[in-house]
Design a binder for this molecule. Structure first.
Ligand code: ATP
Ligand code: MG
Length: 565
């Protein structure tokens, strides 16, 4: 697999092989000019960023061609599926900005029709009831190098097959006693064609059909026919279904029903990320994360809670485009798309994450000045706000050094810096904890002639610091996130991905201090904390205790590089 980096994918993929196929089909009027797609999730987990790629593709193509896209739940497996997942999937698709209108479907809507299809295949001599055990079926199946063996039940009469299948449906057999199989070719080079199972007995309650059924169609018997029933023109799916296509074609040909065209594309893989519902479930159930919507999760709900915007995700999906061969996208591209969007929309504010108290000795006690600050330099229409300034402030611990290294231009004893939107200050004293020697307080003087951040004599000030007024600032909890995994490929060399979990993926800072303007900020509100990154208010936040998630750091991490000097 190749790794794609940010630079090589900065232009939107306006054309791709799927569009070429659709254009051709429109030209030849293959589907009467229709473009009908669908997004077909199995409701056995929450959607992740990989699903977003498929959603953007399916809904996006439908929109671009004046067609339609259905949302269909492929809910053929009663034991793993839950209503919670159905609801979350609907919410996530809507949040991404897509609308299925009145086209919400379930494969379970078609259970009766699929049963009829099965009867039809039995009657045509294309399907039979097999009474081998699951293990035997596996043994008889053969391998990639050896052909399979026919089941001794393969030549049951049509009457016997019909009778047995009807009794299977009636609940007269235990789980595993029989299955219905397609009679295709036990010697096929494609294992999917070696008499695949169509129906199995599963005495389980289905989230929609309840106990109405005790036989359930296999995904492979349901998927293609569901597409056919819905009149899908282009059934877009991921590459792993390429080998299943001959089987889907076979079913549809034998059934003599409408034939959609299946097109496969490469699934999304991202560095430092796992995109498999099975593994994501393990992270949730194992308590490695706080839930499906943990802000470190690659789920849509996790990204939303983290502060991602639907626009950023859609833009990312456009940029990566679609291809026929597997690749791994650098997660930095996703973050790039996010910053690009947040830069335009996020309100700027000042917040101190690692507070250090600063007392301005020559500033009058009890005096407060309102300083005018710009809400978003990218967008003047977002206006300005007033930020209170007073004698005692907090600045970032990192912005002061007792022994400043070369190229450290921020505060040090005797050094002058600019406070953003306020005054120039000069450090005149350092107070340390007697026991630990830690710097706990700075004394500074300010130059009243520099209000607003400039001076009449134009003297050069290299550093501008953010700050908050101690009596006015609001306390907040800030949650900093890093990648969940410390390896770009968490499964490298067949490793258990759980051994590559990053133990430092969450750091909680408390108390931090934020501008009083953030009082009552609603969950989901997004801000740029100047010089620190983009943050958003977590749902755990309340009027009395603000909680912020760091969505993403600022691209330019000059501050970090500087302090290392
Ligand atoms: P997972 O492997 O995470 O369990 P899945 O393929 O089993 O995913 P489905 O619910 O069957 O999950 O997926 C619904 C649709 O989303 C399918 O059409 C599938 O091809 C597509 N899809 C799933 N994962 C990705 C991915 N990483 N990139 C692109 N499309 C994906
Ligand atoms: Mg699947």
């Amino acid at each position: 697999m190749e790794t794609t980096d940010v630079k090589s994918t900065t232009t939107s993929a306006l054309s791709n092989f799927i569009r070429d196929i659709i254009n051709e089909d429109l030209k030849t009027n293959k589907y009467g000019g229709r473009v009908q797609t669908r997004f077909p999730p199995e409701p056995n987990g929450y959607l992740h960023i990989g699903h977003a790629k498929s959603i953007c593709l399916n809904f996006g193509l439908a929109a671009d061609y004046g067609g339609r896209c259905n949302l269909r739940f492929d809910d053929t497996n009663p034991s793993k599926e839950e209503l919670e997942y159905v609801e979350s999937i609907k919410e996530d698709v809507r949040w991404l900005g897509f609308d299925w209108a009145d086209r919400l479907f379930y494969a379970s809507d078609y259970f009766e029709q699929l049963y009829e299809y099965a009867l039809k295949l039995i009657k045509k001599g294309n399907a039979y009831v097999d009474s081998l055990s699951a293990d035997q079926i596996r043994e008889y199946r053969g391998t990639l190098t050896e052909p399979g063996q026919e089941s001794p039940y393969r030549h049951r009469s049509i009457e016997e097959n019909l009778d047995l299948f009807q009794h299977m449906r009636a609940g007269e057999f235990e789980n595993g006693a029989h299955v219905l199989r397609a009679k295709v070719d036990m010697a096929s080079g494609n294992l999917n064609m070696r008499d695949p199972v169509m129906y199995r007995i599963l005495k389980a309650t289905h989230h929609r059909t309840g106990d109405q059924w005790c036989i359930y169609p296999m995904y492979d018997f349901a998927h293609g026919q569901s597409d056919s029933i819905e009149g899908i023109t282009h059934s877009i799916c991921t590459l792993e279904f390429e080998d299943h296509r001959p089987l889907y074609d076979w079913y549809i040909d034998q059934l003599e029903i409408y034939h959609p065209r299946q097109i496969e594309f490469a699934r999304l893989n991202l560095t430092y990320t796992i995109l498999s519902k099975r593994k994501l479930i393990e992270l949730v159930n194992g308590g490695y994360v706080s839930g499906w919507n943990d802000p470190r999760m690659p789920t849509i709900s996790g990204l939303r809670r983290r502060g991602y915007t639907p626009e950023a995700i859609r833009n990312f999906c456009d940029r990566i485009g679609v291809a026929k061969n597997d690749s791994i996208i650098d997660v930095a591209l996703l973050e790039f798309c996010l910053r690009e969007d947040l830069n335009k929309r996020a309100l700027r504010t000042m917040a101190v994450l690692h507070p250090l108290k600063v007392i301005i000795d020559n500033y009058p006690e009890g005096q407060v000045e309102e300083m005018e600050a710009i809400n978003n330099p990218e967008d003047p229409s977002m206006g300005t706000r007033q930020v209170p300034f007073s004698r005692v402030l907090y600045i970032e611990q990192d912005d002061f050094r007792e022994d400043p290294p070369k190229k450290f231009y921020r505060l040090a004893l005797g050094r002058e810096v600019r406070l953003r939107y306020a005054y120039y200050i000069t450090c005149v004293g350092v107070v340390k904890d007697e026991q630990t020697g830690e710097v706990i307080e700075l004394h500074c003087t300010y130059d009243p002639e520099t209000r607003g951040g400039g001076s009449a004599d134009g003297r050069k000030i290299k550093a501008t610091l953010h700050w908050v007024s101690a009596v006015h600032a609001l306390p907040a909890e800030v949650r900093l996130y890093d990648y969940l995994f410390n390896k770009a490929n968490p499964c490298e060399n067949g490793a258990d991905y759980k051994t590559n979990l990053n133990p430092n993926s969450l750091e909680v800072l408390r108390p931090c201090w934020v501008e009083p303007n953030l009082e009552g900020a609603a969950p989901g509100s997004r801000y740029q904390f100047e010089r620190q990154g983009y943050f958003c208010v977590d749902p755990d936040s309340s009027v009395d205790s603000l909680v912020f998630n760091r969505t993403v750091s600022l691209r330019d991490s000059w501050a970090k590089i500087e302090t290392k000097g």
